[in-house]
Design a binder for this molecule. Structure first.
Ligand code: ADP
Length: 673
């Protein structure tokens, strides 16, 4: 369809667009973009000048330029590196987590040292006045300065001092700038060199650059250019130092404080905080944006969050890096490394922006529930900091000191004195939550306050004080959701209780085995992964080859099928540590002796009956306690891991170390001597 417009309307439109474009051009010029970006933006604006304002490309162009201008190319916050203050902030937000707090403070200390390190410049010139001038100017800028009258003197200084930058004249007696450049490369390879040359010797300047000088400055020296060059070098040096700093990964079950520690670090450093979750991420374009040639192209989430932070050095949390979608197109490890690794992320290119954005100032913290799932090249570069589940006592304490006061505030009940009895708090933990962390506990407390808020508004008056006991908790939250007495599940032959370690922390599982007529098939159900299936096969072979020892008929498999099932069928399960439990379930089934249901087992079983060590010890013991288990059985090989646990962890549960299956059978199967 062709529109015919009134000429004056057209003129109005085109005036408006001209104005719009010239405003944008002025903003681009003021924005101080890098030369290449500036050129790209101007080119885009010029293209738009010849465009009809109603063309889609016109508005795409406007959006692009406006987006470019809205990014914090030069805005950053200054780090507050006051360690005492940082420690106070970490302590006031979190109970416990001592090792993590210490690690964070070390991390901040290293950054402080880097930032305090004086930058050392060596000025080399045979003219005393020139030397003195440069020394004066550079000292005023806050640098440490040494001077030398020629190349030879300079080399001697390089041998004894740690010099960051050599600022040298080209023409000197004894050893000139070029010779110095060559010697400096050998004596002090980390020092950068800036050559100062007269106009007449531009060719030698180019030569110097070719041979590895960082920059050259023509004579007479423009002081602004000198200052800018030195500053640029410092930025680069600092950046290189940072590249050696590790990429942090907070790993642990949900609700154990990973996000809130990240926020506290941002607060301590006085940086902005942003986060995105990578769970289920399928397409690299989500992170890096779409090229503008696509209709509806948008920047990726990384750049979008940077824009939202309004600062180029926020604390940026990349949550759940272990949950990137299975069907991710491309290699997630290399994409993540490109974003996280300071060596690569200084020129991170978003497809929409189509220009590099320097992410090296960003403090990335990744989080994961299970790092073991991460690709090896990525895991290699991460410094994993483990967050573990909390004991019931710790949870009670955190609820009292942190969660309850915070939820009171968040529900507009600041003036109310909410007095939770100890029984009420432990009742919520035991009967309404079953978790390693604190998420549901916080949610249940929030529900209580929401209901109290409503009641107090309905009553048309607010009470100042409320006592919350077990009865009130039940009234507000309804009957408890969890029964923790596994012992209540009657015991019958063929069922064994196990401990596993999942992304949610430790968990109790029940392994069921049954036998039926058939033709020697092993049926496995309950979303078992490959490793778990192999454990089941190994356990069955072990029992078959040692049947007599356990009082089982050797040919029990003849004319029969065996079915092993792990309830919660929809939840995928994997890992080798259920081997022992499966073997015990089978022995229980085939001997007709029920297994004690207050004992939970974990251990990898080999075909020859050896029991190998397992991981997630602390989480497993905590899960056993949550489930009301009295005795836990761990492989003997885990003795050292158990020895280092804090006494509170093993407080109300007995830990037995097992060396072989017969020993476990004796302990677990009722009626076995
Ligand atoms: P994650 O990121 O590990 O899933 P969060 O940081 O979201 O966990 O923590 C869940 C809740 O528990 C938050 O409200 C957090 O402040 C609180 N929390 C976690 N650990 C502690 C702790 N050690 N002390 C006080 N509060 C904590």
């Amino acid at each position: 369809m062709i529109f015919t417009r009134k000429p004056e309307k057209q003129r109005e439109e085109s005036d408006k667009s001209n104005q719009e474009l010239s405003d944008l051009r002025a903003s681009v010029e003021k924005a101080g973009l890098s030369a290449s970006l500036n050129a790209a933006a101007i080119k885009e604006l010029e293209r738009m000048e010849n465009m009809d304002t109603s063309a889609p490309e016109y508005s795409i162009g406007i959006n692009y330029i406006e987006y470019l201008l809205s990014l914090p190319w030069h805005d950053f916050t200054n780090d507050n590196l006051d360690l005492v203050r940082a420690e106070k902030i970490m302590d006031s937000r979190h109970y416990g987590l001592n090792k993590i707090k210490e690690r964070m403070l070390e991390y901040l200390s290293v950054r402080t040292l880097f930032s305090l390190q004086a930058f050392h410049v060596l000025v080399v010139d045979d003219e005393e006045i020139a030397r003195d001038n440069l020394e004066y100017i550079l000292k005023k800028e806050g640098y440490q300065v040494s001077t030398a009258a020629n190349g030879l003197e300079a080399v001697n200084i390089l041998k004894t001092r740690n010099i960051d930058l050599i600022l040298t004249d080209l023409k000197m007696e004894k050893m000139d700038g070029m010779q110095l450049l060559e010697s400096a490369k050998k004596v002090s390879p980390n020092a950068e060199l800036v050559m100062i040359t007269g106009f007449a010797t531009v060719t030698s300047a180019v030569d110097a650059l070719k041979k590895g000088a960082f920059h050259y400055l023509p004579k007479p020296i423009n002081l602004d250019e000198l200052r800018a060059t030195v500053r640029q070098l410092i930025e680069r040096k600092k950046h290189l130092q940072m590249t050696r700093s590790p990429i942090l990964c907070f790993a642990g079950p949900p609700g154990t404080g990973k996000t809130s520690v990240g926020k506290a670090i941002a607060e301590a450093l006085e940086r902005k905080f942003v986060r995105i979750s990578l769970a289920g991420l399928r397409d690299e374009a989500d992170l890096r944006g779409h090229r503008r040639t696509y209709v509806g192209a948008m920047p990726g989430r990384i750049i979008n969050e940077i824009k939202r932070a309004g600062s180029r050095n926020p604390v940026f949390m990349l949550d759940e890096i272990d949950k990137i979608g299975q069907d991710f197109r491309g290699d997630p490890a290399s994409v993540l490394l490109e974003i996280l690794d300071p060596e690569q992320n200084s020129h991170f290119t978003d497809h929409y922006l189509d220009a590099p954005f320097d992410l090296s100032g960003v403090m990335f913290i990744s989080t994961a529930n299970v790092v073991e799932r991460l690709p090896a090249p990525l895991l290699d570069r991460l410094e994993v900091i483990r967050f573990t589940g909390y004991t019931e006592k710790e949870k009670e304490h955190i609820a009292k000191i942190h969660l309850i006061p915070r939820q009171l505030r968040e529900h507009g009940l600041m003036d109310m004195k909410a007095d939770f009895t100890n029984d009420a708090i432990s009742g919520i933990i035991r009967n309404y939550t079953m978790e390693a962390g604190l998420r549901n506990l916080e949610r249940e407390i929030a529900t209580i306050f929401r209901k109290i808020a409503r009641l107090s508004v309905q009553k048309n008056g607010r009470s100042d004080e409320i006592r919350i006991d077990e009865a009130l908790v039940e009234k507000l939250l309804g009957p408890g959701k969890f029964s923790h007495e596994t012992a209540e599940r009657g015991s019958r032959p063929g069922v064994a209780t196990g401990l596993v370690w999942t992304e949610f922390g430790g968990e109790i599982i029940f392994i069921e085995a049954s036998v039926m007529k058939g033709n020697r098939q092993l049926i496995l159900t309950g979303s078992m992964g490959n490793v778990l299936q192999e454990s089941a096969q190994t356990a069955l072979s072990f029992v078959r080859s040692n049947a007599e020892q356990f009082g089982i008929e050797p040919d029990f498999f003849e004319g029969r099928d065996i079915h092993i099932h792990i309830p919660s069928g929809a939840v995928p399960k994997d890992g080798p540590s259920a081997g022992v439990t499966i073997a015990v379930a089978l022995i229980s089934l085939l001997t007709g002796k029920p297994a004690r249901n207050d004992i939970a087992l974990t251990g990898e079983l080999t075909l020859s009956g050896r029991i190998l060590g397992v991981s997630g010890i602390r989480e497993k013991i905590l899960a056993a306690r949550r489930g009301g288990i009295k005795v836990t059985v761990f492989p003997e090989r885990n003795k050292p891991d158990i020895a280092v646990l804090e006494p509170e962890v093993t407080e109300s549960v007995e830990v037995v170390l097992a060396e072989d299956v017969p020993g476990i059978v004796k302990l677990v199967l009722q009626g076995t001597l």
